[in-house]
Design a protein around this ligand. Sequence first.
Ligand SMILES: Cc1ncc(COP(=O)(O)OP(=O)(O)O)c(N)n1
Ligand SMILES: Cc1nc(C(=O)O)sc1CCOP(=O)(O)O
Length: 540
Amino acid sequence: MISTQNVAQAAGFKPQIDYSLYLVTGRELLPEGMTYLESLEQALQGGVTVVQVREKNSDTGEFLKIAQQSQELCNKYNVPLIINDRIDIALAIHATGVHLGQTDMPIAVARSLLPPDTVIGISCNNPEQVEKAVQEGADYVGLGAVYGTLTKNVTGKITGPRSVGGMLEKLDGSDVKAVVIGGINSSNLLRTLHGSVSTTGHVLDGVAVVSDIVASKTPKDAARKLSSIVKAFKQASSPASLATPFSTQVASPLIERAAALLDVVRKHGPLIHQITNTVVTNQSANATLALGASPIMATSPHEMEDLEKATGALLVNFGTITDKEGMLQAGKFANLNKKPVVFDPVGVGATAYRRSTAKELLNFWQASIIKGNAAEIGALAESVEVQAKGVDSGGSFKNPAEVIRQLAKEERCIVVLSGVTDYITNGSDVVALHNGHPLLGQITGSGCMLGTAVATFAAAERLRTLEKEGSNLNEEGKLVSGDMLLAAVGGVLALTVASEVAAEREDVKGSGTFLAALIDELGRLTPEVIVDRAKAEAFL
Ligand SMILES: Cc1ncc(COP(=O)(O)OP(=O)(O)O)c(N)n1
Ligand SMILES: Cc1nc(C(=O)O)sc1CCOP(=O)(O)O
């Protein structure tokens, strides 16, 4: 049977491949009772869009037979076939393409041997390799390994999604396509797609998978699940589906909508899971209750799978980092259950351990909102402008809006920079809020309570959006439903406005009575008071 791909090749055109779901075969992983061709056909029926035959332990004759059989099946489903490493096998079956590794035949030599319309892909593990692949005329790159995998002994570094952005940026201005590979499954796929974007907005064309499909007893279902996640992500991130940017809104409706989330908190009383530090656990829990939500301060990694199904949002505050495994698992399951994750990297600039832990966490799960003071944001942004003084900050940025914009693009999330003026960005629009009171600086943990308030409003914004939008395909493709910029603005305003009202009370004589009054005023706060007192400015 002749496929459309073969017809395009025969006419001398390079075939256009849909890389959305790229199956790399692995016969040694097949479950008992499942034949290779049965598994491949099911995978094709489930929505695999391109297949690579990868035979690491076969002699030439066996490889050729498997390649021919695979091609018959792929042609039946009009799916292109690529051969791993072996130019001779690709030539023998007129394959659509070959996939080369860094230590395989150079692209130029492979090109000289293959018909000009053959697609050539190459594995890359860092931006320099991607740059070289573009110069040498690759048609696509396989980036990885993005996570650890049992399928192959990976020699390069595990990139994590955060390093994929830097590699994708090297493809800007070229037609070279990109997939990620290594440890991808239906549980981490959406988070991987969301996190693997360059600061210039370059996204992946697809994902390559071996074991999640090949080792499955139901490869059709496995492929279908992966395929629907990729489709939903592509739909949600298409320009037409992206939310109206703030720059086309006026500031006051934004404040009104953010303040209105307080009513949603009180209507639903969402559970706010907080892994926080031992200094502030009690007052953060009381602040959560006062706002109308319900705190749970669990830390054990063993309960995160259950907990993140029930929670409204997760706050990871690593002020006393004693529960790293709990933090890793909590974020992973929050991403899986599409719950907002607020990260408060307390004192991240203070020690090398904190810096490496922050990187590890941000590579393992995707934060929806990062909140920190100038020193914390500076440390994450690798800026030398502001120094850490323990968990406090010394100095300020010359251009805070630019620092947080860049960090938001790199981390693919909302960034809140707290201080006398609080700055909030989604990577393009920046809101500055001038509320708050100096007494907030006189109590320990006011920054941690800010994280609590932001997480509470994030839970409310997600609930509000799901109530309004239901479960359409556009929401399915998002890691978290709702406008997390709005949530961050609401959470910051709730705490800072309540602090102003508390400080004005006659019974407040100093920081001790202020803390009690602050909890009271969080409980008495209304959306109207927030709107009346909000001092907001927008930098577009
Ligand atoms: C899509 C895709 N990306 C990367 C690889 C790995 O190829 P390589 O580096 O040649 O390693 P082996 O597959 O030969 O072990 C791939 N096969 N496919
Ligand atoms: C074939 C291959 N190449 C990799 C690379 O990093 O280049 S990782 C990998 C195996 C991917 O298998 P799984 O989807 O089962 O994790």
